[in-house]
Design a binder for this molecule. Sequence first.
Ligand code: TUI
Length: 315
Amino acid sequence: MIRTKLCELLDIEYPIIQGGMAWVATGELAAAVSEAGGLGIIGAGNAPANIVREEIQKVKKITDKPFGVNVMLLSPHVDQVMEVVVEEEVAVVTTGAGNPGKYIKDLKAIGAKVIPVVASVALAKRMSRFDVDAVIAEGNEAGGHIGQLTTMALIPQIVDATDLPVVAAGGIADGRGLAAVLSLGAVGAQIGTRFVCATECIAHDNYKEAIIKAKDREAIVTARSTGHPVRNLKNKLTRKIEKMERENASKDKIEELGVGRLKRAVIDGDVDKGTVMAGQVAGMLTKEEPAVDIITDIVAVAEEVLEKSCGLINN
Ligand code: TUI
């Protein structure tokens, strides 16, 4: 059995956290992942606080198991979303795209576990001076808004730089990936893109199909010039953004073009002109399947890989 410190910390069966993907990670997906023994996460994204509350209540109706909310710190609703998370006494709060420092005291006061997503050693160190429970170190292979370092380089550097438990994210989709990041010193993995293809995920079939069809080099980074690089699948929209970047369009113009595009892909199924956020692992994914099958497969393969690698020492 793969049990790590993360399982004790979060009261979960397997050291797997589902990524808190905006629009994609609704209560349905979070509940399914938590029921299957991982930690399901609602992705608050830019959603208003009342919508986040509805998603939280949806999960509570389906499962008694722990779950979390990912708060995207660039959201215009961030303060109200944090208030809802506190009122609803959510067990785990992950944060993305910024420094959650000013919210930590209130979250800890309700007993929430606080786990910021970081993409650099500097932010991990800053977080270790706050009362956080762990960090999620997210490599550049991830989908959505990303940092610079790869998972392979980032995880050991953060493991060495802090005493916090480190959850690895970015580039992990199966048991081989989980085993690999445990070898790098992580206590578990956060997995996003594979869970987009979960049966319980409400993303439009076109979005799931785009990920399943994607080849290895199709999850590209756009909008670097805005300071908020995003990994997404190549399509008409990314070609337009690339053209604008070549022509030195302003940051505002490029950001304006991106507004509403994630919803257009995830909900409306427009995978040509919408933003199809996905990690580099998109090329590995072959099918839609229930969250419980995803978790069972990841755990079984990781156990097999770790057993085999232990055997290597004796051969
Ligand atoms: O947050 C994510 N992934 C996301 S957020 C998102 S919505 C969005 N869309 C376009 C632009 C911006 C946001 C889509 N995907 N992952 C966690 C993550 N956090 N990755 C990198 C970071 C990060 C980056 C800079 C965390 C902190 C940071 O700096 C904070 C500081 O003050 O140093």
